[in-house]
Write a protein that binds this ligand. Structure first.
Ligand code: SAH
Length: 474
């Protein structure tokens, strides 16, 4: 290994990449310093250009690859290294899941002091490409290009935001995350907008017409397209009619006029142009012949890898061992998918979630499936899960909890300790905060089964399901 300083940048030659790290990076170690490098895989030997250096770690770019790791595979995505969405693509999938399993183990052991000797092996995703059911694309006058000399389209770009730029967008030609219809729709709308000379939106000076588009697909074959415009115009009808004519498979064609300065449409009306105001997703209820149907409206949250979500829920339900007389709480229920999936096993299920619209969707989904033993309550978990709440809704025998990345608030964990449910099943998308919460629960709950699940191939994200049983005190 040789260390050389070029004009401003430090170059380190012939470095072996040794491990995978957070945020989809890989790691090299040089003289006790940890160097984070994207788009390389363990086993590669590379030259590194350091662009950021701190006391104990640095960030670098691989500028030359001398030896390719035998764990390398060819990337599928033509935008790899630009987009940053699927950074682990060149690492064999079986290796990706190994690193994820290890990441869960490390967190649970180090932070949570959990005995992981009986941890089950990670459940890999059935599909590793085209697994998502939702993608959002942005129009921008500012096209991001890798090389400043690359040619840019005069109109701008339609695709994903370039990493760490709020205004620049990569012109996406093919994304390997969603069914190819999504590529066809996006590329068609790009061509159409060029032909008609429609302006793309500039988020800095707030000028322009086309702002974004969202494609939602479903295993039922239903297809939703939402196009977001910046202002009213007769071009809206022309564009939507054109899309409708070219894509008769769209079952829900919607649009939104967002005149605000920011891109969020959560507070905007989404209008129906043609077809239905929702698409439908289906899922078998746990260990049952009953097919559940979920209505997905434009703003409805639904797990983005639906096939794997069903398998995740099934693991959670296995761990929960619900009895017909049980009261079950489904905390952080979102649109109530888990609550509805397990409702037939329990006497009653209470779902709690703070997004009011999601709670409304959860109720509609129960109604839609003739499920009568669920109750959904909107509110912030830390405020709502009080003694009065428990007196009103009944003490749960089983709690399923699926908090966001921050994990559960300390007061929520303390309340769970007070509630003393027979069992807690903890689903997490962040093993570090899960480990912290498990440590707090450890004097009262024994960790049983543990199983990580991969929902997002080629990214560093990992879910983990843990079974906790109440330690009986005399
Ligand atoms: N279990 C659901 C969704 C889990 S995502 C599913 O599988 O589909 C986590 C959910 O927690 C989100 O819906 C989010 O809105 C909700 N949430 C986050 N913080 C919360 C809080 N403090 N109180 C209540 N709900 C919260």
């Amino acid at each position: 290994m040789k260390l050389r300083k070029t004009k401003q940048k430090q170059l380190i030659e012939q470095v072996l990449i040794t491990d995978a790290a957070a945020e989809g990076n890989a790691i090299a170690k040089v003289d006790e310093m940890v160097i984070f490098v994207p788009f390389v895989v363990p086993g590669d030997v590379v030259d590194l250009e350091i662009y950021r250096k701190k006391k104990s770690f640095a960030q670098a770019k691989a500028v030359k690859i001398h030896k390719y790791s035998d764990k390398r595979v060819e990337q599928k995505c033509p935008h790899f290294t630009q987009c940053g969405g699927c950074k682990w693509q060149t690492l064999e999938y079986s290796e990706q899941v190994k690193y994820k399993q290890q990441q869960v183990r490390d967190n649970l052991e180090r932070i949570g002091k959990v005995d992981c000797s009986n941890m089950q092996s990670i459940l890999p995703s059935e599909n590793i490409y085209y697994y998502r059911n939702k993608l959002e694309f942005t129009f921008s006058t500012k096209q991001w290009v890798e090389n400043p000399n690359d040619e840019k389209s005069p109109q701008g770009a339609l695709g994903f935001h370039a990493p760490s730029f709020f205004d620049k967008v990569i012109d996406i030609q093919h994304c390997v995350l969603q069914d190819d219809i999504s590529n066809q729709l996006r590329n068609h709308i790009r061509e159409y907008s060029k032909e008609r000379n429609l302006e793309y939106y500039n988020i800095r000076n707030h000028v322009g017409f086309l702002r974004g588009m969202i494609v939602r697909t479903s295993s039922t074959g239903e297809l939703m397209l939402i196009v977001i415009f910046a202002k009213q115009s007769e071009e809206i009808k022309l564009l939507l009619d054109n899309v409708k004519q070219h894509f008769p498979q769209i079952t829900s064609l919607m649009y939104c006029i967002n005149e605000k300065l920011n891109d969020s449409i959560s507070d905007q009306d989404i209008l129906l142009y043609s077809g239905n105001d929702h698409i439908t997703e289906t899922m078998q209820a746990y260990n049952s012949d009953k097919t559940l149907k979920f209505k997905i409206r434009p703003k409805t949250f639904y797990q983005t890898n639906p096939c794997q979500a069903e398998r995740l829920y099934s693991i959670a339900a296995d761990f929960a061992e619900i009895k017909p007389t049980d009261t079950v709480y489904d905390l952080y229920t979102g649109t109530g998918t888990i609550a509805n999936y397990i409702a037939h096993l329990a006497q009653k299920v209470v779902g709690v979630e703070y997004v009011e619209d999601a709670v409304e969707d959860a109720r509609l989904n129960s109604e839609y499936n003739q499920i009568n033993n669920t109750t959904f309550i909107a509110g912030d978990m830390a405020k709502i899960l009080t003694d009065d709440f428990i007196a009103e809704h009944g003490t749960p025998d089983v709690v399923i909890t699926d908090p966001p990345r921050a994990g559960m608030a300390e007061s929520v964990v303390n309340q769970l300790i007070k509630i003393k449910a027979r069992k807690i099943v903890y689903i997490s998308c962040n093993p570090a905060t899960q480990a912290r919460d498990l440590e707090m629960l450890s004097p009262y709950y024994q960790v049983g089964k543990i199983r990580p699940v991969d929902m997002f191939p080629h990214t560093h994200h990992v879910e983990n399901v843990v079974e906790l049983s109440l330690i009986e005190t005399k």
